[in-house]
Design a protein around this ligand. Structure first.
Ligand SMILES: NC(=O)c1ccc[n+]([C@@H]2O[C@H](COP(=O)([O-])OP(=O)(O)OC[C@H]3O[C@@H](n4cnc5c(N)ncnc54)[C@H](OP(=O)(O)O)[C@@H]3O)[C@@H](O)[C@H]2O)c1
Length: 205
């Protein structure tokens, strides 16, 4: 059964009331998955302080507020938190300064929480997508085509070719990774960062 509860993640009161409503309707909470809209891709020269403030609210503060509001229900019997972040935030590229600043914060938040709430049997992990074909990637392919003055097909090929697997992922492939980490199958995994990126990330550790 799916119970939709709509909220605006940039509005603290809205988050709190929606999360409380969701937990009440579900009769408790075992699994929390956080997600947020990606911040604008900007160079440091182009980004304004207002844009940093807005991204802090929509990316980091919203995640903190969702977790803070739902944590009592997760601690009551144990559960898992899985935060959807971004593979690129682990290898910060140029011209993504806002994402680089605030998404890294979610990794720090997750690791810290995984240690603070382990004895309550609350596991906390991150999933890092790259190249999963969603509205955002479609939009980014359009932007790339426009910026480079190339066709959308060529821009799509570039996004494919940057991935060792040589294809874009589909949202179900991200969902499967989230379901794995959130479920009891991953009962001994906490504080982990799990890439779902077609092999894009280059780091070993
Ligand atoms: N897809 C990838 O390969 C990839 C790569 C790197 C990072 N990521 C990150 O992973 C996350 C999910 O990716 P995605 O591709 O699914 O992104 P997406 O297509 O842009 O979807 C983002 C979702 O967040 C919702 N959202 C945005 N602002 C919100 C707000 N203030 N309150 C409530 N909901 C809000 C959007 O709702 P509406 O549809 O109602 O606007 C949408 O459902 C994003 O943070 C993205 O930046 C994805």
């Amino acid at each position: 059964m799916v119970i939709p509860v709509v909220c605006d993640l940039s509005n603290e009161e809205d988050i709190k009331s929606s999360m409380i409503k969701a937990v009440e309707r579900l009769g408790g909470l075992d699994v929390l998955v956080t997600n947020h809209g990606g911040p604008p891709s900007k160079s440091f020269d182009d980004a304004t302080l207002n844009e940093f403030d807005a991204a802090y609210r929509s990316v980091l503060r919203s995640t903190i507020t969702v977790i803070e509001t739902t944590l009592p229900a997760l601690r009551d019997g144990g559960g898992s938190i899985t935060n959807i972040v971004s593979a690129s935030a682990q290898e910060p590229p140029a011209n993504h300064i806002i994402s680089n600043v605030f998404r890294s914060g979610i990794y720090g938040l997750s690791k810290g929480l995984s240690r603070e709430y382990a004895t309550d049997d609350v596991r906390v992990n991150c999933v890092c997508p790259r190249g999963i074909m969603t509205d955002r990637i479609e939009y980014k392919i359009d932007v790339l085509a426009e910026q480079e003055n190339i066709s959308v097909e060529e821009a799509t090929n570039r996004r494919r070719e940057e991935l060792p697997l040589g294809r874009l992922g589909n949202p179900a492939e991200l969902g499967q990774a989230v379901a794995f980490l959130a479920s009891d199958v991953a009962s001994f995994t906490t504080g982990a960062v799990f890439e779902v990126d077609g092999g894009w990330s280059k780091h070993v550790f």
